[in-house]
Write a protein that binds this ligand. Sequence first.
Ligand code: PLP
Length: 386
Amino acid sequence: MIYLDHAATVALCPEALEAMLPFLTEQYGNPSALYESGRRARQALAAARKSLAETLGCLPEELYFTSGGTEANNWALLAMAEAARERGDKPFLVATEIEHHAVLETLRYGKRAGVLDFALLPVSREGRADLGAAKALLEHRPALVSCMGANNETGTLQPLRELLALCGERNIPLHSDLVQVYGQLPFGELLGDALPDLFSVSAHKFGGPKGCGFLYIRRGLTIGALLHGGAQERGRRAGTENVAGIVGMAAAARAAHAALAERIDKKRRLSELFFALLREGIPGLRQNGSALKRLPGHLNLCFPGVSAELLLILLDQAGIAASAGAACASGALEPSHVLLAMGCSEREARSSLRFSFGWENTEEEVRKAAAIVIDRANKLKEDAAL
Ligand code: PLP
């Protein structure tokens, strides 16, 4: 298989596996227990928290372990709406139209449940949040603004530094889904030297295990719990901690940060090579999203006149893993809400595929995959024209 779907998930890295193994076997103590093996698990959690905080320049106690990015996003949005209600403020939230479903569906759920209201911030044709529209929405004094760091479908980087400044001046808290950014890009490039008030991270995007992540909560921010029960995570996130997962996440984060610059360079070279090869072989091929302000390994491409769904099937048969919009209940592909928000027609959205490169991909794989994509896409276009 040639794996070109690194934005969906990546393999567990060897450093994470090695760090996790003892906690999946002999060191199974509950970190809340008072005896020796519990103490060891507790120490391992503290060490993981400290090491993750070092990659961010924040305090260890500002990190709250979760079951991943989805939980962290649910927590940030629902608990900030709840905090607003408790203060007697309007639980009104703002998020961009291109957020991950873990944000958008949480907002829709909250509205149905009558616990919040929200407005969506439009994006430009390039897929970047519209700062003029953001300023207008900030006049309504939302309880929280949520803007992702980089979009998972297009890789387009968002104007977070500017949004942080706009929210900061007005004392409005900002949450960012940084699931596609942490471990992939230095935060400084996107954020300057500040951090959002809250942000979400998921381990399986950077070599850690699935089902593990964290929510950063700035010290002093008033926010309640999402999960209620025991006193874990300073009473803010109940449930026995996923010790092996957390230890693995910290090991993967260390490995990813140690090789960050080298990996960025490799992914950028591979994605640029792939795009150049495809452009030569496929007339009318277009890139969705910003060509410059994007994650180095992401490419979202529109193949005019080609069904992305059929192309995906042919690529799978040829051993290439890529991705299109999300599947709906019937299994058919829904046109991507991200591409539609950027002004693509439904037809263009249904002709678009995401290729996401990892640092483990080779130039040989890229050349081989490009030749297959060119062949299949051109054949599908010919068939459709008949
Ligand atoms: N947010 C973004 C931008 C993502 O890409 C993903 C993963 O697909 C998530 C949230 C969800 O993270 P998790 O799979 O850890 O729940």
